[in-house]
Design a protein. Sequence first.
Length: 215
Amino acid sequence: MPTHSPIQVPNIQAREFSHMDWFDPQQTLVNLRWLELNLPEKQLEKLRQSRSMKKLEEGRHAALFAFGLISQVLKHPILLSNTESKDFDAVINWRSDSKNYYYPIQIKEFPPDEKNADVSLDDIFDRLEKYSGQDDLSVVICLNRKTRIRLQPWSRKSKPRIRELWYLGCTDVYQSKWFLYGSVLELRPRRFDFEYPEGESTISLEDVDRILLQK
């Protein structure tokens, strides 16, 4: 994986993962951007109340992280599955040497001031202590606050017992330029810059109408 050897989870968990719904994170991001740019505001707000759209938007950060890995780190196709597991928010899957590998991730948000100005990055670090011994779990902190954050290796006395820790951030107002930084727990984390993907949407206006009718 990014900084370590690939993860082979126990057979029981691998069987569980194999039955999950997998999708292409790049296409998901393209579809979300198409909806945001092409739907009238009122229709978009109505769509956001639908279960299908909520699931798409909730998985955006996981999809962005996965796409960053595709374009800058792994350099080959991967799939993503969102989950409501108590232990992780999403799982990334890829094949290498005819074997399936899985990378469970937990998404944490460093929220914008208007959402919760009282939360600090140290608060998020403190909460990582609850992950004791989950060596196959990696955590992604989404930097959603308009502030300057020093990108540096882990400097606290004790490290959380997780596999890897990554930052995901955006560097422009159009949300087109993004970066990954990690693993923060390593001595020399690396920064990987990438752009929001472009392409043709697989969602049509007719699909939007069907989703709204199913609401």
